[in-house]
Design a protein around this ligand. Sequence first.
Ligand SMILES: NC(=O)c1ccc[n+]([C@@H]2O[C@H](COP(=O)([O-])OP(=O)(O)OC[C@H]3O[C@@H](n4cnc5c(N)ncnc54)[C@H](OP(=O)(O)O)[C@@H]3O)[C@@H](O)[C@H]2O)c1
Length: 225
Amino acid sequence: MDLAGKHFLVTGASGALGSRITRRLLDAGATVTASGRSEQTLAGVDLGSAHLVASDLTHPAAPADLIAAAKSHTGTLDGVVIASGVVAFGPAAEVDDDTVDDLLLVDLLAPLRLVRSALTEVAAGGVVVSISGVIAEKPVGGMAAYCAAKAGISAFVEAARPEARRRKVRVVDVRPPHTETGLAGRAIAGTAPTMPDGLDPDAVADRIVKAIADDEKDLASTDFS
Ligand SMILES: NC(=O)c1ccc[n+]([C@@H]2O[C@H](COP(=O)([O-])OP(=O)(O)OC[C@H]3O[C@@H](n4cnc5c(N)ncnc54)[C@H](OP(=O)(O)O)[C@@H]3O)[C@@H](O)[C@H]2O)c1
């Protein structure tokens, strides 16, 4: 996929991976609609010439509205990169209901709605990238609801792949290992266990953008080593 001249929507663009992916797409000559939860946070991040759209993806209509807003910016949409997400920690039985609801909204329902809208709005030859995570392959204790959300969106993307192919749209599930983005320190509940050093966010963003450009169809945790 030649990125020059293409138009992408990146969600989570105020975040560590989303901002890096946005800058790399811009450097490759793409136009980017960069979205984050709030205008204020987006404004504080270097997102170059990206077109900024604030959208809280927990609202049921927000994913479809965001896809429509991105498409109307240039009249076409060639790619969507879903890099929004939150994490929470704690024993499965003890994490409170509101936290579980928020996790499932942001990490499962919102990306699922984004993928559904993208399937009808992304141009033929385009791509939809969803970042789930290594825990979609290997769930771990102390973050069961996060694992469930990520495994759920990973399964949805895989199941939608043949349908997307018929529409000439590539859907890619990306499962990076733990990466030093500070995400664990922004947990919406609980405290992260001690973890071994994670990957370099620049290397992870490079690998994801390479997968987009090289027409890769899946990016497993092992593809980052
Ligand atoms: N870091 C890792 O180790 C790792 C590994 C595997 C997969 N992942 C996944 O990769 C994705 C990006 O993670 P990251 O490490 O870059 O995290 P990050 O820096 O915390 O970025 C998360 C992004 O999601 C946005 N977001 C959160 N809640 C939202 C909502 N309700 N509506 C719209 N946007 C919302 C945040 O917006 P604000 O800036 O406004 O909060 C931020 O832009 C996540 O899905 C994460 O689960 C991360």
